[in-house]
Design a protein around this ligand. Sequence first.
Ligand code: PMP
Length: 499
Amino acid sequence: MIGRDGGPASGAGSPTLTSPETDLAGVRMTSPNPTLDATSDHGAAADMPMGRGAAEHLWMHFTRMGGYATTPVPTIERGEGSSIWDTNGKRYLDALSGLFVVQAGHGRAELAEVMAEQARKLAFFPIWSYAHPTAIELADRLAAEAPGDLNKVFFSTGGAEAVETAWKVAKQYFKLTGKPGKHKVISRAIAYHGTTQGALSITGVPPFKTPFEPLVPGSHRVPNTNFYRAPQHVGHDEKEFGRWAADRIEEAILAEGPDSVAAVFVEPVQNAGGCFVPPPGYFERVREICDTYDVLLVSDEVICAYGRLGTLFGAQKYGYQPDIITSAKGLTSGYSPLGATLISDRVFEPFGSGSTVFPHGYTFGGHPVSCAVALANLDLFEREDLLGNVQRNENALRQTLEKLYDLPIVGDVRGDGFFYGIELVKDKATKERFTREESERILRGYISGALFEAGLYCRTDDRGDTVVQVAPMLTSDQAVFDEIEEKMRAVLSQAWTLV
Ligand code: PMP
């Protein structure tokens, strides 16, 4: 756990923000899966008949498999709207939209029908030198909706591939434009950008990286925008903090050498660490720095695009213009895998003439069924005004979660749109963190399992500080928010008795 062991109790000089990545080696591997942690003693799983079989042959992602040697795997078999059911018929509220994915809700028959129709018509064809209608139509639509001149769309099958694509575009772009030395990437501490080796290199969570080193060279970390743990000298004013955090990017570019830096990768709201929102003025300054040093600004919107913040793209929420947007997850509401990297006219320009090729692609990138369901999903967004629903209800979600501030364990409630993190602390006044042992015992040992047992599927995470995250479907209303708050209150109240 970052900065816990002997780390400052308050935000002063917080290692979360200021340490080089190697100092974060104390971060423990934790499942990015929500409340389900193989080490959790979650009784909910005990009587799940299908779970045992799953553990024998299915290697779950980011999971302590040893914990499932004798414990059945919680197995979800059905979803409808915001609800999911396990194989025993028990209902849970899906307060994480699967994994920040299921924007329109589970069980949308119309999306399933569109997929079946497309599969009957043309199940597969590649977009390698050829095209098919749904890929063309979806690319047109994304280009029209994206901010500014992000007019070229490169499809992949998920987020990490979208990130790989962006970094490779950036590297080749500079080779084509006479700056071949520019290949490095600046990204932020604790940020997660995917697990393929390029995306992992950009990722700022050391325990996810060390087993696979050496990774792709040339990535460098700067502080994120965790205002709750801002260094003391800028901790009193969000704007000042934002300026300070953005200036660290300039500092890194200068330290690495502007002639060697190709891109800055940032999420609109950083997920890992628990929903760090950008301080006012932050992106304005980041854009300015990128322009000064001819560095591409990549907005990694794998989570924040497609309505999560109440706008189609995250950059639109904060009014900045990226050179590249990476996206995936919510584009299809999870009905089929799809990633999309959106590239500006300026960056595409040197690729668009003569015999130049971007030698990169994925067999299943822009899959016809995925593109068809993405189009239907975007239609549904419009028909049901899902962005409007987020805009109308985001304050209600915030206010409902802020009720939890009356619990002694709740230190910070932060986020935007339908994307929130709740940081748990040992001492509210001093912001003291839980020790590693306490986090193991309380977060993994109790809270994870207890939330699920209580019928709330969300995420507990200690890649950075100890947080619980929620990201309800874009269809959600006060009834959903109340259910989240009520279940979380019960579990967090009980957790405090274990501190
Ligand atoms: N970037 C960000 C910001 C993400 O949140 C994620 C996944 N959570 C990824 C990239 C990687 O996406 P995927 O798991 O689809 O490869």
